[in-house]
Design a protein around this ligand. Structure first.
Ligand SMILES: C[S@@+](CC[C@H](N)C(=O)[O-])C[C@H]1O[C@@H](n2cnc3c(N)ncnc32)[C@H](O)[C@@H]1O
Length: 505
């Protein structure tokens, strides 16, 4: 039914999602008003995960990412030149600050969403008044002002979000609804319940079989004095009489101000609550999905958090794609889906050690590929078995090797151990390097965690000796851990053939 991606939605959309393949996009990106929400995601030790800190930095500080987004959008090959011009003007007017960094992050991603959305599709951008005015002109620039359909106010029932005494407490979010073209799917929904006004107007009512039933001897067209009589009867609290006629009152059709969906409270008595700070109510997502898609359509949530949109899409028989940059969010979506008996397909690049361990547990082959490609210039094996102990290899120029021609190339191989490992794995790596069909100059044993203090592995690796390449010395066998990777440490390797830079981003 669906796929969940770990990772930055920009690269996931670019690499995995085809043009015009999505029927409905709902996105609920972090808002500036809640700028510190990310640090609320803590792991079991109470620390914020590094991937979340990274996402936080990239979102809120004008830096390399923001410059890259602006340059891309202004370039000749820009997917959305209007968005580039708009962003450039905003940066000139407002300067490089948290707001423009946020808008740069959003602009480049919204352009990708425009690319993947079908002409008949719809997009709902969930935001709040902190940035909604800027986002609306950005949406006009990207999707076309003629494709703007609604600004929905979700007036939630919640305690005030500000303790300031000199402003009106905030009580709403804004959803910007645009379409991909001039024809789109729309099934106008009804309010979730019968409004207070209707109840007052129509007197006594009872909930029966999920319907709101009015018991009364009057009908809509009857006179005002009869209605008043019913209201009096309602207040007296008497139940239906034998001669009462039962008829159903339908809730009114939904307009652009939504007042009937409460916030998911931070309390365990609310069954939906997953402890995720920015979690949205299921009803909100069901309304959007039912209104703007049909069963079998594809729903994308590129900032999926704990997966409210995904759960709603699953429940309404839509296909879905969810993306989140944090392992924590992906784990929550997974457990949410498990409750309804669904095991999602999970794809993507971990951004911290926890995520890497998780990937190794779920899909060791994908983990192997991911781990090998952290080493600059290394290519993973495409097959899982029969690899002769080689999970990836890299070629490098080897100009002055003894007995070799000037143009000779050297080979480094990598072997990945995703679980428990010991000195025997080092010996096996040396065996694979020495195999005449491989004949590797260098070998890297990629492990999850570095060797412990009593491990024999480092000494065994050291005994494999030193290889000289182009006048420089490299340990022939090196042990490199994923923990090292996340701390920015890399093995000592020659530069790969055709590579200018040796660090992967
Ligand atoms: C406001 S929350 C979404 C909440 C979600 N609607 C729900 O009901 O649970 C925003 C999410 O976007 C994720 N995020 C932030 N930047 C991202 C990026 N560049 N790519 C993918 N996910 C990102 C955060 O990790 C966070 O989980």
């Amino acid at each position: 039914m669906g796929t969940l991606f770990f990772g930055d939605n920009l690269s996931v959309m670019r690499e995995h999602i085809h043009d015009e393949s999505i029927d409905l996009i709902y996105l609920d990106p972090p808002f500036n008003s809640n700028a510190d929400y990310n640090v609320l995601f803590e792991d079991e030790s109470g620390r914020a995960a590094p991937s979340q800190i990274l996402a936080y930095e990239d979102t809120w500080h004008w830096g390399h990412e923001s410059e890259l987004a602006l340059t891309d959008l202004l370039s000749d090959s820009s997917p959305c030149p209007e968005a580039g011009l708009l962003l450039d003007s905003l940066v000139r007017a407002l300067g490089t600050n948290q707001m423009t960094a946020y808008l740069a992050m959003m602009a480049i991603r919204l352009c990708e969403m425009k690319r993947v959305l079908k002409q008949t599709g719809s997009i709902y951008l969930h935001c709040d008044p902190t940035a909604s005015h800027y986002l609306k002109i950005m949406m006009d620039a990207i999707f076309g002002a003629e494709h703007y359909r609604n600004e929905i106010i979700w007036h939630y029932r919640a305690s005030a979000l500000t303790s300031a005494k000199n402003v009106f407490p905030r009580k709403h979010d804004t959803l910007l609804f645009y379409t991909g073209g001039s024809q789109w799917t729309f099934h106008r929904p009804r309010q979730d319940d019968v409004s207070e006004q209707m109840m007052q107007r129509w007197g006594r009512y009872l909930e029966e079989d999920g319907k709101t039933i009015l018991y009364g001897s009057i009908k809509h067209e009857q006179k005002e004095e009869e209605r008043s009589r019913k209201r009096i009867e309602k207040r007296t609290g008497r139940g239906p009489r034998d001669d009462d006629v039962a008829f159903e009152i339908k809730p009114s059709r939904t307009r652009s101000v939504w007042t009937d969906i409460p916030e998911v409270r931070q309390s365990h008595k609310y069954k939906e609550w997953r402890g995720f700070q920015t979690q949205k109510p299921l009803k909100l997502l069901e309304r959007i999905i039912n209104a703007s898609s049909n069963p079998g359509d594809v729903v994308l949530d590129p900032f999926c958090g704990c997966g409210t949109a995904i759960q709603a899409a699953q429940a309404t028989n839509r296909e879905w794609i969810g993306i989140d940059i944090t392992h924590l969010a992906i784990g929550l979506v997974e457990s949410r889906l498990a409750e309804v008996g669904v095991t999602p397909n999970i794809v993507g690049a971990p951004r911290d050690l926890g995520a890497a361990q998780d990937l190794a547990r779920r899909d060791p082959f994908q983990f192997e590929s991911w781990a090998v490609t952290r080493l600059d210039g290394f290519r993973p094996n495409r097959i899982q078995r029969g690899d002769g102990g080689v999970d990836g290899r890299m070629h490098f120029p080897k100009p002055n090797g003894p007995g070799r021609r000037k143009s000779d190339t050297g080979i480094a191989i990598a072997q990945v151990k995703s679980g428990h490992w010991n000195v025997q794995d080092v010996r096996e790596l040396i065996g694979a390097m020495d195999d005449p069909s491989v004949s590797a100059d260098l070998g890297i044993l990629v492990v999850m965690n570095p060797p412990g203090p009593r491990s024999q592995a480092p000494a065994t690796a050291a005994r494999a000796g030193i290889t000289k390449i182009d006048g420089r010395s490299y340990p022939r066998v090196q042990i490199w851990s994923i923990a090292d990777f996340f701390e920015g440490r890399f093995p000592n390797l020659p530069i790969a053939l055709g590579r200018e830079s040796r660090r992967l981003l």
